[in-house]
Design a binder for this molecule. Structure first.
Ligand SMILES: [Zn+2]
Length: 178
């Protein structure tokens, strides 16, 4: 192959991986804290309002002892692993159906940006970093779709964001006990 053709081939291959891989991955999820059960989070905490500086709570909090392993709910690409002010030590994974999985308040992360993670593999450890400082250790877990679910918007506070943020409780319960 000539050079431009080769480059085109590589670009197509990367596009294929980015566009089709999330479609091929299974959508079922595992609870992202080792040994946790649905009793470890409040089923109604998604979109709880008012909720600190975030306004509404765009995820669930899975309570666990500090140092308990945080696991990947689904397989995917780590698009960010690092430290931010609210989330503390966070890991962001792009997985099935172009959904972003956000794991926050980790004591520390054990994966790096750009790394591939399989479902159930360790991402780090439960902690209370970021704005969870001084609160009981927990994993804040959010799932956001890159494709808008336009029919899900409503008149609740920040209701338009429901086009993107999915209820992790519902997603986890779909696979629980199966
Ligand atoms: Zn939270």
């Amino acid at each position: 192959m000539s050079h431009p053709a080769k480059r085109r081939y590589i670009v197509l291959l990367l596009l294929f991986a980015a566009l089709l891989l999330p479609l091929l991955l299974p959508g079922s999820l595992v609870i992202p804290v080792q040994n946790a059960t649905p009793r470890d989070w409040n089923a109604n905490s998604f979109w709880h309002y008012p909720w600190g500086v975030s306004g509404v709570h765009k995820g669930i909090d899975i309570f666990a002892p500090k140092g308990r392993p945080v696991l990947a709910a689904g397989s995917g690409l780590v698009v960010y692993s690092g430290q931010i002010s609210l989330g503390g030590n966070v890991v962001l994974v792009l997985g099935a159906k172009w959904r972003l999985h956000y794991y926050a308040h980790l004591q520390n992360a054990t994966v790096q940006t750009g790394q591939w993670v399989w479902q159930g593999s360790q991402l780090g450890f439960v902690g209370n970093t970021g704005n969870a400082a001084g609160k009981p250790p927990h994993l804040h877990y959010s799932v956001a779709s890159l494709l808008p679910y336009v029919w899900r918007r409503d008149n609740e506070p920040q209701g338009w964001r429901k086009m993107f943020y999915l209820n992790p409780h519902e997603l986890l319960m779909q696979s629980w006990g199966k």
